[in-house]
Design a protein around this ligand. Structure first.
Ligand code: ACO
Length: 330
């Protein structure tokens, strides 16, 4: 890498590391939530609340917010850096454990695991988390990124755009699929039960989570990479049954729906990797959000360089020429 790029990366890493802690009042907000709150909702609340504490926001909010590049970059760093802290803090609060403050000497991925687990991750654990964060960082105009752009295009702020992104990612047709896919594998239980399970689900016209993609009509390349690590972790953690069940689901699904372009997507194997790393299932989608926030913010900052309000029109196809009937005559 060129010297200037190395310096830029180093500077970026330092800035991220310096912004990891959240204001103490954010802890009060997280503590006020019911412990049953899904962590993706806690993240949404945490990021929304964080906006109120940002020193740059009051000064730039308004008509020209999209032109305040320097302030928006500082805000971007704060959001990216503090999102893992919010997820880890809420997780420990709901478990009744003391929070673990972030450390500046660890990488973005290693620090997140450290705050979750209260121990430094092994090199391989940190590498795998890093890999997962890289694979999920950006993916064009997926539903959540598009939703962020809609919010940002009104000249709302970055915090609001990211809250929109988290809310949109949450759904099981998008980032929520990683949690649902693992639940499905557990429900199936063993490779022998796969064919009947899939058959019945498809007969009921239900979707198989972790398969299909609006853009990829072939094997999602991210899934291919994650599958390799899921296999490795399965061996190490004695979860071969889970992995073999997944491989059988993949085989049966491709046999039945491959001709329609339905293949495993990123969410099918990512959940297995997180699970075998020891993550609770409901933390999978927040991990996706921690990573994808970089894509959301990158797209918003680029869009703001030449901002146009996103406002589609709908084509009405119902009856026309209807007459108003007063309430007492209906
Ligand atoms: N299970 C069963 N059948 C499926 C699936 C699936 N997961 N995905 C697509 N199909 C079928 C559809 O029923 C359709 O069949 P038809 O032509 O007989 O009606 C055909 O494949 C084409 O599907 P579309 O609906 O056109 O695909 P679309 O692009 O609209 O949907 C989507 C993409 C929403 C992701 C879909 O594949 C799905 O629901 N997948 C399951 C949820 C999931 O895993 N989401 C995560 C996606 S990755 C991500 O967001 C990070």
């Amino acid at each position: 890498m060129e010297g200037s790029l190395i310096r830029e990366l180093d500077d970026f890493r330092k800035k991220l590391a310096n912004e990891r802690e959240v204001p103490s009042k954010i802890l009060d907000v997280l503590e006020a939530l019911p412990k049953s709150t899904h962590p993706i909702d806690a993240l949404k609340v945490g990021v929304a609340a964080l906006g109120s504490f940002d020193p740059d926001l009051p000064g730039i909010w308004g008509q020209h917010i999209h032109k305040k590049k320097e302030a928006n970059l500082r805000i971007a760093i704060r959001i990216l850096s503090k999102m893992p802290t919010i997820v880890a803090y809420f997780h420990r609060i709901r478990e009744g454990k003391d929070i673990v403050h972030p450390r500046k000497d660890l990488t973005h991925a290693a620090n997140f695991l450290y705050m979750m687990w209260e121990r430094e991750p092994k090199n391989i654990e940190a590498k795998l988390m890093d890999l997962a964060l890289i694979l999920h960082a950006d993916h064009g105009l997926n539903a959540s990124t598009f939703a962020c752009l809609v919010t940002a295009s009104t000249l709302s702020d970055l915090y609001s755009a990211v809250v929109t992104g988290i809310s949109t990612l949450k759904g099981p047709l998008h980032g929520g699929a990683n949690e649902q896919a693992l639940k499905m594998l557990m429900e199936i239980g063993s490779p022998d039960a796969v064919r009947e399970y899939i058959k019945q689900k498809l007969e009921r016209k239900e979707r198989i989570t972790g398969f299909g993609h609006r853009v990829y009509k072939a094997y999602d390349p991210r899934a291919r990479i994650l599958k390799k690590y899921a296999r490795m972790l399965a061996k190490e953690t004695g979860q071969e049954d889970l992995f073999n069940t997944a491989v059988e689901v993949e085989r049966v699904m491709i046999e039945i729906l491959g001709t329609k372009g339905v293949f495993p997507n990123v969410d099918f194997y990512s959940g297995q990797v997180y699970y075998m790393l020891g993550m609770p299932m409901d933390i999978f989608t927040p991990i996706f959000a921690i990573s994808r926030a970089s894509g959301w913010i990158g797209h918003v900052l680029e869009y703001w360089e030449d901002n146009v309000l996103i406002r589609p029109r709908a084509l009405y196809i119902g009856p026309t020429g209807e007459r108003y009937v007063s309430l007492d005559k209906r």
